[in-house]
Ligand binder design. Structure first.
Ligand code: GLY
Length: 358
């Protein structure tokens, strides 16, 4: 097996390959385990099952596409599959699909016999730059998304941008929202790279996509190495997310794709940073707007063309219940400069209300 692109040390280490996937690598990984099974999004498996090479013949559990797989019923079915196929703590579960598939498969792997090895083959841009990396796993409850989960670091993540070819355009766009977040957190050169690559990213150019995955995944690996359980710096990866979650809640879950809500959330975070006078480059919100537009992403609530625009009161209430903050007290991440941010910042309801309406 060639050397991974990036690695998070630990026992076992978590290795990330950003490359054209060679099925031989999966076979090498499989040989380190007593048994191998696959958990895959049923649509993705139909389109890309062949990327598994000979492992396609191993026991395979298909799950519904998207967020629908993140339920207690689906978790139980995944665990029954592990039991029926005699998996042990020495076994390997490979997931094939987007962030929802790796969330479910990762959680089943964390729970079955108190933990077996998991490796992810993310097939969405969000999965490749974010969801499959760093060991967060979860299913949803009626009370909210991702409320039941565990940290369970994958042994390996294989990010092959050729798998993004079949991604619906809206999913590519949503992934670009998370990539822009990484550009803001990554620094001046990271942001400038996205500005240079914007047109190629929209066109799905594989080289530009590989650079974007390296940018996002590289930032995430660096942060997760330092703070695997989100005690501090990992919170930065939620830049724009308090606003985004409020938009998703008010619009009704599933109405606005997460990464698209994140795009608006990023612009809100920058406006808040300017209003609080912590942003050094006052022109950054306008520069961000230009980049978002070049990527076909929205930068304010009106761009989302929701059936009913939420009031600032609705949005504030949703933010007050965001699971990332203390109860009733929304917390925000504000940007000081490209590559420099702070987390846990409280904001006044009045100020946030003004920013939504800009
Ligand atoms: N998606 C943010 C994180 O994994 O921390």
């Amino acid at each position: 097996m060639i050397s991974p692109t990036l690695s998070i040390p630990g026992n076992p280490p978590s290795d990330l390959w950003v490359a054209d996937l060679d099925p031989g690598w999966l076979e090498t990984l499989a040989q380190e385990h007593d048994r191998v099974a696959v958990l895959a999004d049923e649509d993705v498996h139909r389109l890309h099952g062949s990327c598994l090479g000979s492992l396609q013949e191993r026991a395979t559990h298909l799950v519904p596409p998207g967020e629908a797989c993140k339920s207690f019923d689906q978790l139980q079915a995944a665990l029954e599959f592990c039991a029926t196929n005699g998996l042990s703590r020495g076994s390997l579960l490979i997931t094939l699909g987007g962030g929802a598939t790796s969330d479910l498969g990762g959680l089943a792997a964390a729970l079955f016999k108190r933990g077996l090895t998991v490796a992810h083959i993310p097939t969405t841009l969000v999965g490749q730059v974010d969801a499959a990396i760093g060991g967060k796993t979860a299913i949803d409850m009626r009370a909210g998304k991702n409320l039941v989960g565990a940290f369970h670091m994958p042994r390996a993540v294989f990010a092959d941008v050729r798998l993004l070819r079949t991604l619906p355009p809206v999913e590519l766009q949503a992934g670009l929202g998370e990539v822009v977040k990484c550009g803001l957190l990554g620094g001046k050169e990271a942001f400038a790279q996205l500005e240079r690559d914007a047109a190629d990213l929209v066109a799905g150019d594989p080289d530009a996509l590989r650079r974007a995955v390296l940018l996002g995944a590289g930032l995430k690996v660096e942060i997760v190495k330092e703070d695997p359980r989100e005690q501090g710096r990992r919170k930065l990866l939620n830049l724009g997310h308090t606003f985004a979650h409020a938009i998703e809640t008010c619009a009704g879950h599933g109405t606005v794709p997460h990464g698209i809500a994140v795009a608006v959330g990023l612009q809100m975070a920058l406006r808040a940073s300017r209003a609080k006078k912590i942003l050094t480059d006052q022109a950054l919100p306008e520069r961000l707007e230009k980049l978002l537009r070049a990527l076909g992403l929205p930068s304010n609530l009106d761009d989302l063309q929701l059936q009913k625009t939420p009031t600032t009161g609705d949005l504030w209430r949703a933010m007050a219940h965001d699971k990332k903050g203390a109860v009733g007290k929304p917390e925000f991440i504000l940007l000081k400069d490209l590559g420099a941010a702070e987390w846990g910042v409280p904001l006044d309801q009045a100020l946030v209300g003004e920013l939504w309406n800009l």
